[in-house]
Structure formats: structure tokens, C-alpha cells
Design a protein around this ligand. Sequence first.
Ligand code: Q46
Ligand code: ZN
Ligand code: ZN
Length: 309
Amino acid sequence: MRCRVCGGEAVVRLEYANLRLCGKHFVEFFERRVLRTVERYGMLRGGQRVAVAVSGGKDSVSLLHALWKLRERLGVELVGVTIDLGIRGYSEEYVGVAVENFERLGVPYRVVRLADYGFTIDDAAERLRRPVCSVCGAVKRYLLNRVARELGANVVATGHTLDDFLSVLLQAYIRGDLELLSKHKPYLPPADGLVARAKPLAETPESDTLTYARILGLRFTERKCPYAGKAVSADYKAALNLLEERHPGIKFQMLRSFLDRVQPRVAAGAGAELKRCEVCGEPSSSRVCQFCRFRAQLAGEHLRLARAT
Ligand code: Q46
Ligand code: ZN
Ligand code: ZN
């Protein structure tokens, strides 16, 4: 197997592009694609400060390193954020790995502890009658937005890959969630109180982030969240991988046909207008935001706030 670019020994075979590459040329290929995604969707502009959300896994660690290498070309400044969700036997490790990566690159960073807001994801799993991953997703969105604003960042960049993007797309389609289908984009511009959100790996398959991280010898954690077994997204990803294995390139085809042909025809949902949460002042579609409701429920104030919403 020979690298298509230099003829050296290839270590990666990308079926979707019918391409074999050596380590050096795979790394270049990976970073060029991140750059192209950033440019295609107008995710970042020179002079901006980008908050990179790092969970310590292969995807976000690869994103951090790729953006770090591209930062001068893009003219952006990076700041790292990692959220300690308070999941016993898991959070300690990934927070440590995230911090190690920030320090290795010299990226200024902030560790946000959910416990400082009065609860943890373990508490939510134990005491809230809601799927823990939906609470966790809402908590992460809330904290990332709030902290990014506090850090003066213009954009939050997350390590969501092509597989993550398509898995949400399939779930939205199956639920018939037109609002989500109309809003599910690699880049969401800033809105009242909401910092812009970018997924620079939206065109990068998850298997490639693993290859990138391994070739560069990046430090990432492979430990799984103890609640991951409950995440339905894993089943969607497995189904997508089966399709991809039999029909190489189908993931890219799904992404392009959705963004170019389907989404423009999905009428923008009559999404609830954003107000300000009466408790914390953050953007919210109801009088009290979801985060404050979780917090209150876990603090046993649930009836009082339920009446206020
Ligand atoms: S961290 Fe949170 Fe994931 Fe754990 S509780 Fe679910 S959503 S699985 S990416
Ligand atoms: Zn090569
Ligand atoms: Zn609130």
C-alpha cells in the first residue's frame, strides 16, 4: 500500500475517498479538511477568540490540536474549556486529560465545575425522572454558552464529528422534529445572548479523529462515560457505520443532500422566541431556563419554580 501523495508506505486507507496515505499526508489531509469546513460555513473570522470545548476524548482533543495548528492561518486566538460534570470514576480522568492537552499547547483554559452550581450529573441520574443524557446535553450547552461569554469568546467550537451530526439528524428525522431539522447546522451564528457555535469536524468521520490522534501521539481518554450505554446515539452511529461499510461515502452523501437539498426546504420551525431566564438571566425559551429548573428540582424547590414557568 503506497501513499498517493509521496509514494511512501501508506498507513491509512480511506475507503470513502479511495485514498491511501502515509502518516504525514494523512495529518495534512485531516487539517486541510478542518480548514475547508471552517471556511465553507464561515465559522471563524480573523481576530476572534474561540472557546474550544474539550472533553478529553479523541474527537475534541483532535479538534483542539488541529485548530491550534491552524490558528495563525485563521487569525484566531484559542481558549480551552472543559466541564467537570461530576460523574464519579469518569470526570476526574477526562478533566485531567483535557488540562494536560491545554497545558502542553499553552492554551489558556477554564475548568467549569457543575458542582459549583449545586448539583452533578450523578445527582441528576439518581433523582431526575429524565434521560440523563438529555439533562447532560442541556447542561453542557448552557454552561458552554455562559462560560464562553464570560471568557469574551465569539464562538464555541465543539468536537462533534460527521457521525455525531448524522446521528442527531437521523434522530430528528425519526421523531419528525422539524424544528431541529431546520436548525441542525455545522455553524450557528450568534443570536441574542447566544455565542456562535461551530462544529469544525462536521465533515470529518469519527474514525479519522482516532487515526489523527494516534498518528500524532495525542493524549486522550478512551474511558467511556458510565451512562453512555443509555445513549441512543450509539445505536444510530452503529447503523451509520454498517451503511458506510457497505456503501463507502454514504455518510458524506447524507450530509450534502441534507444541507444542500433537504434543509433549505424544511420550513424554519416556529421555534419559541428567546426570552431571558428569570432566575439566571441567560437566554431561554421559557420563563425559567431548563438549567435552573434542573437545579431547583435537585434542590427540592421544584414546586415553586414549576409554578413560575
Ligand atoms: S457525558 Fe453526558 Fe455523554 Fe455521559 S451523561 Fe450522556 S451525554 S454519555 S457525551
Ligand atoms: Zn505521503
Ligand atoms: Zn436560568
